[in-house]
Design a protein. Structure first.
Length: 301
């Protein structure tokens, strides 16, 4: 392969030139939409607030437009690229893995904690993520990112605008969903930019948004069992038009008497809808279910 990656001065003409020189084309199967707007690239860098003491994990570097900017700011960049041709192109541009390490890998199968451990140095004080996410895989990748709550400082990710609205939605709002609670349990989420379709090549069919996730060291609410908490949240949103007491019965596959008991203990009216519940109310409810479950275990002995 030949030619430099997009780098600092990415334009549509340079994208075409680079793709042609290396016999490449955007792959729809991998949701490849290359970012070509320098202003948005700069916005990602400013939102990420990167320093020389940071290890930055980049997901989906593509042609390297963001990678070059990250490398100039960070102590080290680990870029994960699933496309073997793009990974080879980037590896040729960055031969020193001590500064920029290119991993040809599937991000969903990548052990992020292993990357963090292998790059642990006294000089590295913060771990950050920067990503132009493939929209077809946004949810599973986001789940992996949020699971790094104890190790990760922050993440700046490009997602569909509607997805970003759900990530940052307040209780009771039209966009509030189980995703809203999942994200806000682990991070403070903020939309830092709305991004036009014209900022990408090829143009996607939707508008995008840049979201900054400032990871929380501890969740905003105390829950006895996180898996149960998320199960309650998912069940509550499962059928949005129905009252929460009915969605919980079906979603958790519990007896109506047990659900009524948990709702009473939590002080939550069963006639409400899931999207109206706040994070503290979901915590009270899941903890009440935990106690009901523990009582059931005792009575079954």
């Amino acid at each position: 392969m030949s030619g430099r990656c997009c780098g600092k001065y990415s334009t549509v003409s340079k994208i075409f030139e680079l793709l042609k020189a290396n016999k490449l084309a955007p792959l729809k199967s991998l949701s490849q939409n290359f970012l070509i707007d320098n202003n948005i690239l700069d916005k990602i860098i400013s939102s990420a607030d990167i320093s020389k003491s940071d290890l930055v994990i980049e997901i989906g570097p593509g042609l390297g437009a963001l990678t070059e900017r990250l490398a100039a700011k960070a102590g080290k960049v680990v870029a994960i690229e699933i496309d073997n041709k793009l990974a080879a192109l980037l590896s040729a541009q960055y031969p020193d893995p001590g500064k920029v390490e290119i991993l040809h890998a599937d991000v969903l199968k990548t052990d992020f904690e292993k990357i963090i451990r292998s790059n642990a140095k006294k000089s590295v004080t913060k771990i950050k993520i920067a990503a132009n996410l493939p929209y077809s895989l946004t949810t599973p990748i986001l789940v992996k990112i949020l699971a790094l709550r104890g190790s990760l400082d922050s993440a700046v990710i490009m997602v569909q605008r509607e997805f970003a609205k759900r990530m940052t939605a307040a209780p009771g709002s039209r966009d509030c969903s189980s995703l809203s609670v999942l994200v806000q349990f682990s991070a403070k989420a903020e939309i830092t930019a709305v991004v036009s379709e014209n900022s990408f090549y090829p143009k996607p069919n939707v508008k995008s948004a840049l979201v900054r996730l400032a990871m929380l060291t501890t969740p905003p609410v105390n829950v006895f069992d996180e898996n149960l908490f998320f199960a309650v949240v998912r069940a509550a949103f499962n059928q949005r038009r129905k009252m929460v007491k009915n969605t919980l019965v079906h979603g958790l596959e519990m007896e109506k008497t047990a659900v009524d008991s948990a709702l009473l203990k939590a002080g939550v009216s069963g006639t409400r809808r899931g999207e109206t519940l706040s994070m503290p109310e979901f915590a009270l409810l899941s903890n009440a279910f935990f106690n009901v479950r523990e009582v059931e275990k005792i009575t079954q002995k």
